[in-house]
Design a binder for this molecule. Structure first.
Ligand SMILES: Nc1nc2c(ncn2[C@@H]2O[C@H](COP(=O)(O)OP(=O)(O)O)[C@@H](O)[C@H]2O)c(=O)[nH]1
Ligand SMILES: [Mg+2]
Length: 337
């Protein structure tokens, strides 16, 4: 694997209620990135994430798995979490080391008890989150009701970035409010990006207006531009979304069928364009609320596969004073002797 610079890395955690499709989405993202040539499924017991005997037996994740995918020169580190309430202890530590949480909603069920438990942890660790509505191919999928319930729980910050045109069996088309195009994902076929059909234009325009307004709210200069021109460019929306995510003032909504890979390439584009890299995230604070400044000569390396951090402490550029290794265990970094 090639060496990635900080700006080419994204660290995300995938959470959601049991059976919302976290493991299936993780698999779809690895497949879409071209790291596997055949997509596994939870039923066939051959996903990258659920490989431990207890997980194969239960057909459900028990332990948080740290995985990655590569997409258009970006490395995405992802933690697939168990959603089973018994194992929810596994979820909390992974939240404290990711930059942005992807909270999956099952379009059949809307907000579930598991969603609320995850939301409590997200608030406790004070981390930005994005909403991903999954299972839109299901016959009982109801995107609108899921969004209504999400607005009731999370408030006005919920900002629809995409919506399904034909949810339910046969679901294959998503209107993307950022590019103002329709993405058609024929099963087994090649993605087609087409103009938004006339029947969807009014709805798309209305959502675009809300998106501009929410993006503008995250930055005063964007708000002024929005008032002056009545709209924002795509670059300005992306800037506003990024700032809104970092300040936790907005949560974009994406939509997918992880099982059929519908919308997964759009989700990866979103991760590349909008999700902040670790270098763009605010610095950690000490117990007095002061930012912990990195010494410019020292550096830190995190290996998500082993959950180990190596800290190189240098006096100047060439003189290494010491090297320390820490392992992330039960929610804290423990020094490895
Ligand atoms: N119809 C449909 N089923 C899905 C989708 N995503 C996941 N599933 C199924 O839902 C079940 C739970 O999926 P899994 O990925 O294990 O969920 P997790 O518990 O959140 O990791 C499995 O039977 C999946 O095949 C989807 O987009 N559509
Ligand atoms: Mg799972």
């Amino acid at each position: 694997m090639r060496v990635y610079q900080t700006k080419e890395i994204r660290n995300i955690a995938i959470v959601g209620s049991t059976r919302s499709g976290k493991t299936t989405l993780t698999e779809a993202m690895i497949y879409e990135g071209g790291l596997i040539t055949r997509k596994g499924s939870v039923e066939e017991k051959n996903t990258v994430s659920d490989y431990r005997p207890i997980e194969l037996e239960r057909q459900s994740s028990v332990v948080a798995s740290v995985l990655y995918t590569e997409y258009n020169n970006i490395k995405i580190n992802m933690i697939d979490n168990p959603g089973v309430d018994d194992f929810v202890g596994e979820v909390a530590p992974s939240l404290s080391i990711c930059d942005v949480v992807f909270l999956l909603l099952n379009a059949q069920n809307g907000i579930e008890i598991g969603t609320e438990i995850n939301y409590r942890n997200i608030k406790k660790y004070d981390i930005p989150f994005v909403l991903v509505v999954n299972q839109l191919d299901h016959e009982r999928a109801n995107f609108e009701e899921t969004i209504n319930q999400a607005r009731n729980l999370f408030g006005k910050k919920v900002t629809v970035l995409q919506y399904p045109v034909n949810q339910g069996p046969g679901f294959n088309s998503v209107v993307d409010i950022l590019s103002m195009k329709m993405y058609k994902y024929p099963v087994g076929g090649k993605l087609e990006i087409v103009e938004i059909p006339d029947s969807e234009k009014a709805k798309a325009e209305e959502l675009r207006n809300i998106l501009c307004e929410n993006a503008a709210e995250s930055e005063e200069s964007l708000m002024e531009k929005f008032f002056d021109k009545g709209e924002l460019s795509n670059e300005e929306i992306i800037e506003g979304l990024k700032k809104g995510i970092i300040s936790k003032s907005l949560s974009p909504v994406l939509c997918v069928s992880a099982k059929n890979n519908t919308g997964v390439s759009l989700l990866l584009d979103f991760i590349k364009e909008v999700i902040p890299s670790p270098g763009e995230m605010p610095m950690a604070k000490d117990i007095n609320g002061n930012e912990i400044k990195c010494d410019s000569h020292s550096e830190m390396e995190f290996n998500p596969e082993t959950m180990e951090v190596v800290v190189y402490i240098r006096k100047d550029k060439d003189k290494l004073l010491k090297q320390e290794k820490y392992k992330f265990k039960d929610g804290v970094f423990v020094k490895v002797e």
